[in-house]
Design a protein around this ligand. Structure first.
Ligand code: ARG
Length: 458
């Protein structure tokens, strides 16, 4: 072979590889076969193909499906993609009838259908997993509606809250994630098939039938829009990004809480790893990985947004770049949800440490200011400055505000030199937590109400 010949062959191989998507879109074999069976049934009903051919097509496709599932199907790069691979096998099995299957469709609406079916199916799986996670959080919360933990802003001690209430904040995030997957599912439950290449088809097809066979609510409106629409894929990428962002925030807290400085929780041994050099260490690798996974998931979203931004109507091969990122994000989200649920489920909670931490930082300071507003009718700003003086007294005495005697409080500022003894109970940390009874507040009673709200929802 001449050098030129070798170069030409190599180039051809290289191009096949470059052009092909079969290495990754074979993931869609199930949806491809499901879509083809539905399409063939519709074609037969509309008398575009014969019943005999439809029966042959369906049987052939099911045979191919079992071969794929048994690992007996050879995926070849020269077939380019999952659609061509299955069609060429079908031709091998049933001959001419296979050639009738592609009537009134193109690979453009075919791939859009397969991919939509995949995304819809995965949205349901992810919703289920989110529910399991919310359930886990609610169960832990139920046991800790009276466990005090410092509520923070700017990662600084702010006000006492209960640990159950803290976890329910995450339950709220994950419930919203659930709802996002749900609303995307509803919005995108339309069937692309029958849009054909870009403009519809002259064949007398019934797209409503195809949609019905595949469990869609209706066919998509515009063939032209359909053949290059990937909003459904972008939506799942965004929904997953938000979900893993929430998982990452929770992971960040687990990492902090399991550090020596906090000591609020301990990860069960299965979910903590040891250091290869420091034998005494237990590392929170698992939540760190959960936090780290967000990077690639956000990347997948940005990557598809970028692929789509310059595409003229209608189909362009660029969109073949839509799949790997979605597969990766889906897989990452599935495993992350399973893992974070397991971590939470086995978390060892150190109530003493949490409650002890509440005695640092004058968490009930706001309660004094609120008391002065309510009982002495002072403007809040004035009450705020008086409270500041009491904080200064506490600091001087090296005490938490909740530990001051009535004399120490009275001596802090002229204006409160006669303040009633009852203030002491207002400054008590548990009373402070329980005083926040406004809707959505942290009091044990309100927390229990939230728990029953979630139980109803679950
Ligand atoms: N493998 C292609 C993809 O994933 C299928 C659609 C190809 N259509 C075409 N007209 N070349 O996008």
């Amino acid at each position: 072979m001449s050098n030129q010949q070798i170069l030409k062959n190599t180039n051809a191989q290289l191009l096949d590889q470059f052009n092909a998507s079969i290495m990754f879109d074979k993931e869609l074999y199930k949806q491809d076969i499901q879509g083809s069976i539905a399409h063939s049934k519709m074609l037969a009903l509309q008398e575009i193909i014969t019943i005999e051919d439809q029966v042959k097509i369906e049987a052939g496709l099911l045979r191919i499906k079992s071969e794929i599932e048994a690992g007996d199907f050879e995926w070849k790069i020269e077939h380019e993609d999952v659609h061509m691979a299955i069609e060429s096998k079908l031709t091998e099995y049933i001959g001419d009838a296979a050639g009738r299957l592609h009537t009134a469709r193109s690979r453009n609406d075919q791939v859009a259908t397969d991919f939509t079916l995949y995304v819809q199916d995965k949205s349901l799986t992810l919703k289920d997993k989110l529910k399991v996670l919310v359930n886990t959080l609610v169960n832990i919360a139920e046991k800790h509606t009276e466990t005090l933990i410092p509520g923070m802003t700017h990662l600084q001690h702010a006000q006492p809250i209960n640990f159950g209430y803290h976890l329910l904040a995450y339950a709220n995030m994950f419930k919203r994630d659930f709802e996002r997957f749900e609303s995307s599912y509803i919005r995108n439950n339309n069937c692309p098939l029958g849009s054909a290449a870009l403009a519809g088809t002259p064949h007398n097809i019934d797209r409503f039938k195809t949609a019905e066979f595949l469990g869609f609510d209706s066919p998509t409106q515009s063939a032209l829009d359909t053949s290059s629409n990937r909003d459904f894929a972008l939506e799942i990428l965004f929904n997953i990004s938000t979900t893993v962002m929430h998982i990452s925030r929770l992971s960040e807290e687990l990492i902090l809480w399991s550090s020596y400085e906090f000591g609020f929780v301990k990860m069960s041994d299965e979910y903590a790893t040891t250091s290869s050099i420091m034998p005494q260490k237990k590392n929170p690798d698992v939540p760190e990985l959960l936090r780290g996974k967000t990077g690639r998931v956000y990347g997948n979203l940005i990557s598809l947004l970028t692929v789509m931004k310059g595409l003229p109507l209608a189909y362009n091969k660029d969109t073949q770049e839509d799949k790997e990122g979605v597969f990766d994000s889906v897989q990452t989200c599935e495993i992350s949800l399973d893992i974070v649920t397991a971590v939470m489920d086995t978390l060892i909670i150190n109530v003493d440490k949490m409650e002890k931490a509440c005695k640092v930082g004058h968490l009930s300071a706001t309660d004094l200011a609120d008391y002065l507003v309510q009982k002495a009718n002072l403007p809040f700003r004035k009450a705020y400055y008086i409270t500041k003086d009491v904080v200064a007294t506490a600091n001087k005495l090296n005490k938490d505000m909740s530990e001051l005697t009535i004399e120490e409080i009275r001596s802090s500022n002229e204006e409160i030199k006669n303040i009633d003894n009852e203030i002491l109970s207002y400054l008590d940390l548990r009373n402070s937590m329980n005083a926040r009874t406004s809707f959505g507040g942290t009091s044990t009673q309100r927390t229990k109400e939230q728990i029953s709200y979630f139980k109803d929802w679950l």
